[in-house]
Design a binder for this molecule. Structure first.
Ligand SMILES: [Zn+2]
Length: 77
């Protein structure tokens, strides 16, 4: 049986009479449809946090603090 993707809850599985078997949503796509694949990919990107910037190293953070202090002194009247 064809699997479906529910665009309401993101569940992928066998449909129940055309509805999402998890949340009962009616906005379902065939899981192998190009639109469904894009939807799943986008969801995984959001959940995987691929867009997250690399965390600052402790050293870079300390340098930033020192620079900030110096700049603060220089710009003070
Ligand atoms: Zn659902």
């Amino acid at each position: 049986m064809t699997q479906i993707l529910c665009t309401d809850c993101g569940h992928v599985g066998e449909p129940r009479a055309g509805y999402c078997s998890k949340c009962g949503g009616t906005t379902v796509l065939p899981a192998d449809a190009p639109a469904a694949r894009r939807f799943i990919e986008q969801r995984q990107k959001i959940e995987g946090g691929e867009a997250k910037p690399a965390p600052l190293s402790v050293r870079a953070e300390a340098t930033g603090k020192v620079l900030g202090r110096i700049l603060g002194k220089l710009t003070r009247p």
